[in-house]
Write a protein that binds this ligand. Structure first.
Ligand code: IMP
Ligand code: MG
Length: 171
């Protein structure tokens, strides 16, 4: 398998800083919770919340993953529930990548049912051409082609998450 760089550390840092600024403006005056979708979004979420100039509570949710496959099975279940009370809070769901849209749709519907005053979504990467169900994120780091990428939290069978940049994985 070969790997080529798609986004460098510098490109990632610049974009995450911009996103943090926008989110700081949009969430001003709210009680904000950043809800990190495990595991892929941990690095993005950690970088993003540090670029938000507001008090941000942090929580985590985990949904079933692809296992060792590059393509979604289509079945999404909640593996780990958030701990915080979301009633009246402004929740930003933070995801690594939106592909088919199935995971985000599931997380979004699940969180909407918890009484938050607003629910927005931020994804580091977006593959709009790979959607199986329509889903539009409020904040998108980079839009990419339907190719398989790793690094900056994104894995293939649990490998490559700790690569600091984003690379395309080719067979
Ligand atoms: P979706 O439910 O098909 O939108 O898939 C979303 C999840 O699949 C993401 O949160 C990732 O964990 C994983 N995923 C989708 N595309 C990629 C990729 O290119 N590289 C690594 N993981 C991916
Ligand atoms: Mg994920």
């Amino acid at each position: 398998m070969g790997q080529t760089t798609l986004f460098t550390r510098e490109q990632i840092d610049n974009r995450v800083t911009e996103m943090g600024r926008q989110i700081s403006t949009d969430f001003a005056g709210t009680e904000m919770i950043a809800l990190c979708v495990l595991k892929g979004a941990v690095f993005f979420c950690a970088d993003l919340v540090r670029q938000v100039s507001l008090d941000v509570a942090l929580d985590f949710v985990q949904v079933s993953s692809y296992g060792n496959q590059k393509y979604s099975s289509g079945v999404v279940t909640i593996l780990k529930e958030p701990q915080l009370d979301m009633r009246g809070k402004a929740v930003l769901i933070v995801e690594d990548i939106i592909d088919s849209g199935l995971s985000m749709r599931e997380v979004f519907n699940y969180i909407e049912g918890r009484g938050a005053s607003k629910v927005k979504t931020a994804t580091f990467l977006d593959k709009p051409k790979a959607r199986k169900v329509p889903f539009h994120a409020d904040y998108v780091g980079f839009t990419i082609e339907p190719q398989f990428v790793v690094g900056y939290g994104l894995d293939f069978a649990e490998k490559y998450r700790n690569i600091p940049e984003v690379q395309v994985l080719s067979d």
